[in-house]
Design a protein around this ligand. Structure first.
Ligand code: ADP
Ligand code: MG
Ligand code: ZN
Length: 495
């Protein structure tokens, strides 16, 4: 969308990521998704009087890993606070969160801006907090149900600086953060199921002005596409207000997916006073160096580093490297394929890595992205390597290989190896002169006009004849061989 060029959009994102622990943040209840209502609760998360919270150290470790991965400062001393508010799905009347002393501060995430340049986005803080329950209004006459299964589930809130300048940058930031938490194994990044949620703070200002404008906070954004659309709509709305001499009111607004607009939810005057105060039932969280060091050692190779290594080691373009490292599974798979191909075709390893990338970025990537069963698209690495090997050795053409790949994907599990498919269907490339000769003769006889024109000097008709021979052999002829033989026949033989 083209915004008024005199204005600049300013965006800061608050992401709530559900951590992948087995139990809740302060009790031993399960975090498993999909259990019957109120089947995963206990006196602690249901806030019975007199019970005490016990901090889940696995959740702390996950938040620390995330903090290290964004190069943040891990506070050796942090504390929990009570954020007080009333809501039926919050039985305690307060949420345990971190306020003045969060676990992580001053981090960063690198994104690709609209000009393809790398851009640093500051991360103000990451703190831990509990999720609330869920109110169910549907199918309940004259009332609501409350399901507390989610109450107490561990969340990390990742707050960015207001460093983003377009909806595209906001989208890329979310993608990068989601890839990162998935690499770390600390969150599944599922926006539709609500395990990775985002609120967007949006303001606009005249270009060249230093002061930020008044912001609105957008909620109910459950996909990256909706975050981007909501930001575009909201920026436009604020610019229209300013252009017509009005002011932007600081408020929380809800994204209406159906209408594609944002609507006011509550204004600043109605904003909650949360009366934050330190949580009296939990001691301050103190971390020692050994623990942080050991978690640092456990970090996997991170997406940015892996992307750079793919460019350096495999000679991939920045784009290919970005796509192939966008998921840990995909990147691991690519490296397995490269390793297999290198074993089969030891010579020319860098070229092979590039060829393997091309094969992965075609149909296979489409299947991978579209199929919820991710493992199915990732055919056995040895199979893909064998396919590439067969192309390199001219056993099959690239076109046939594409077909064989699709057959492998469609075949029962475990998928049939390409060599078996080629054998069974007789798809081997034909390079034998005798066999090709017959096809060439037949084609030349069936196209006397083109033949005459070729002989009269229209040599650009050569690809036409090659195409006909390929068609006659159902793609099995070796195109290079056909080319060579055809030129000989066309110039030398009278038919
Ligand atoms: P609050 O305490 O009300 O949540 P914060 O200062 O914590 O406010 O900011 C919340 C988010 O809003 C952060 O992501 C921050 O980057 C963003 N933000 C702050 N000011 C602006 C602004 N003028 N325009 C857009 N985003 C902003
Ligand atoms: Mg906030
Ligand atoms: Zn519990």
């Amino acid at each position: 969308m083209a915004l008024d060029p005199y204005y600049e959009v300013v965006i800061g994102l608050e992401v709530h990521a559900q951590m992948l622990t087995r139990s809740k943040l302060f009790c031993r209840c399960s975090t498993r998704f999909g259990a019957g209502a109120n089947r995963q609760i206990c006196p602690v998360c249901a806030a019975f009087p007199g019970v005490l919270p016990v901090l889940n150290q696995e959740a702390v470790n996950m938040a620390i890993k995330t903090g290290l991965a964004i190069k943040g400062r891990i506070n050796r001393l942090s504390e929990f606070s009570r954020k007080n508010y009333f809501y039926p799905d919050l039985p305690a009347g307060y949420q345990i969160s971190q306020y003045e002393l969060p676990l992580v501060e001053h981090g960063e995430l690198w994104i690709d801006d609209s000009d393809g340049q790398r851009k640093r986005v500051g991360i103000t803080r990451i703190h831990m907090e509990v999720d609330a329950g869920k109110s169910l209004h549907e199918g309940v006459a004259g009332g609501s149900w409350v399901d507390l299964n989610r109450t107490g589930i561990p969340l990390m809130e990742v707050v960015s600086e207001p460093d983003l300048r377009s909806s595209a940058e906001a989208g890329d930031y979310l993608k990068k953060l989601r890839v990162l938490v998935r690499y770390l194994g600390v969150c599944d990044g599922n926006m539709e199921e609500g395990s990775f949620r985002c609120d967007a703070n949006v303001s606009v200002r005249r270009r060249g002005h230093d002061a930020f404008g008044t912001r609105c906070e957008l909620k109910n954004l459950n996909s990256i596409r909706h975050v981007m659309r909501a930001i575009d709509y909201e920026a436009e709305r604020q610019i229209d207000l300013l252009e017509s001499g009005q002011r932007v009111r600081q408020e929380t607004r809800l994204w209406d997916v159906g209408q594609g607009v944002t609507r006011p939810m509550r204004g600043k005057e109605e904003a909650h006073d949360y009366r934050y105060f330190p949580e009296p039932d939990l001691p301050p969280l103190r971390l020692d160096e050994a623990r942080i060091e050991s978690l640092r050692q456990q970090l996997p190779e991170l997406p940015d580093a892996r992307r750079q290594r793919f460019i350096a080691d495999y000679g991939l373009s920045d784009y290919d490297a970005a796509v192939l490292t966008a998921g840990r599974e995909l990147a691991d798979y690519y490296e397995q394929v490269v390793e297999q191909v290198a074993q089969q075709l030891a010579d020319n390893a860098p070229t092979m890595a590039k060829i393997a990338a091309n094969w992965m970025m075609g149909d296979l990537l489409t299947w991978f992205n579209d199929d919820p069963d991710k493992t199915r698209a990732l055919l056995p690495a040895a199979h893909l390597a064998q396919l590439i090997d067969m192309i390199q050795r001219n056993t099959i053409s690239g076109k046939i290989a594409k077909d064989v790949l699709a057959r492998m994907y469609a075949s029962a599990s475990p998928p049939e190896p390409p060599s078996a498919i080629v054998e069974r269907l007789g798809l081997q490339q034909v390079s034998d002169e005798g066999a090709l000769e017959a096809a060439i003769q037949a084609v030349l006889q069936s196209a006397p006009d083109e033949l005459a024109r070729y002989r009269a000097g229209q040599t650009r008709l050569l690809p036409f004849f090659v195409g006909q021979v390929m068609k006659a052999t159902r793609g099995k002829a070796n195109p290079a061989r056909v080319n060579e033989l055809l030129q000989r026949y066309l110039s030398a033989t009278e038919t």
